[in-house]
Design a protein around this ligand. Structure first.
Ligand code: GLU
Length: 302
């Protein structure tokens, strides 16, 4: 049957309606999780060898890598409680590095490790490397090695939507401020804003619960983390002020394994050049509303 113009128009409209429903309307809240179909596929480097890395050697004997991550940071490191699956930008970084080291990302074993326990987890060999909003700094560099940085975040503040008094860190005097124990944001408030009443928990999600139930007045950590919580509860939460630190994210690994560190630096650089880094970002952290930045320069420090 030959389609009349009217039938064709009706068909087109129907197709458009289906497409619109699938894509979400402009201005609608971000999708609930990373879009799995748009995640990069990482080519496993099956012939890869790194014989002078003790960590790599041990993983080879074991048959897979063990990585430390976060499980409660939207778009960065999130664990689905029903399936147990991990997803987010940090998880993608962990996967791309696994593939570069010759291990199928599907074989990765994830361990959730809180901010305060990262150094010990790396030092005790509980994990091969750690990818979880982990700021590179000189103090930590004495305890673990860092590949990267692969992303630059900055400390910020999350408050309830109706908060009027807190516009920046200077307004925190006498306010209850929550952060994670063992984190750089916690340390910075303690050192630079001593009049704030600091409250520490193991994780930021507990801080956010405390904010929503009026137990604290603000949550402080990296903007990348806070944007995720705000995107999931846009009617209840907002970020305020400008970022007031630089938090270069690195991949934590055993201190005495420079071969592994430089191999991970290489792998990050390759992913930044071949588009995988941006593709991973767009499908994960990009969903909290910030377009992909240019990744920071890899620092192969000696
Ligand atoms: N990037 C900061 C840190 O490494 C805060 C985020 C976190 O605790 O993971 O301490």
């Amino acid at each position: 049957m030959k389609k009349t113009p009217r039938v064709a128009t009706a068909l087109l409209l129907a197709v458009l309606a289906v497409l619109a429903a699938a894509c979400g309307k402009p201005g609608s809240p971000p999708a609930k999780g990373p879009r799995g179909d748009e995640l990069p596929k990482y080519q496993v480097q099956t012939r890869f060898q790194l014989t002078d890395s003790p960590t790599w050697q041990q993983a080879k004997r074991r048959g897979h890598l063990v990585v430390g991550v976060k499980e409660d940071q939207p778009y960065l490191g999130e664990r689905d409680p029903s399936s147990g699956a991990y997803r987010g930008f940090d998880i993608e970084i962990a996967k791309m590095l696994s593939a570069a080291l010759g291990f199928d990302p599907k074989s990765l074993t994830y361990k959730t490790i809180a901010s305060a326990n990262r150094e010990t987890a790396v030092q005790n060999g509980q994990i091969d490397y750690y990818v979880g909003t982990y700021t590179i700094n000189d103090l930590r560099k004495k305890q673990v090695g860092f590949a990267g940085p692969y992303y630059m975040a900055g400390q910020s503040l999350l408050v309830r939507k109706d908060e009027q008094d807190i516009k920046g860190p200077k307004d925190l005097a006498g306010k209850r401020v929550c952060s994670a124990a063992g984190s750089t944001p916690y340390q910075r408030i303690k050192a630079d804003y001593p009049k704030a009443v600091l409250v520490a928990y193991d994780t930021y999600s507990v801080c956010v619960d405390n904010l929503l139930t009026f137990q604290v007045d603000a949550v402080t950590t990296d903007d990348a983390i806070l944007l995720g919580y705000a995107a999931k509860a846009p009617d209840e939460l907002k970020l305020v002020g400008k970022p007031f630190s630089e938090e270069p994210y690195g991949v934590g690994l055993p201190l005495k394994d420079p071969a592994l560190r430089f191999a991970l630096d290489d792998a990050l650089e390759v992913a930044e050049k071949n588009g995988n880094w941006k593709k991973a970002y767009d499908a994960t952290l990009g969903l909290s509303g910030v377009p992909a930045p240019k990744p920071p320069r890899i620092d192969r420090y000696r």
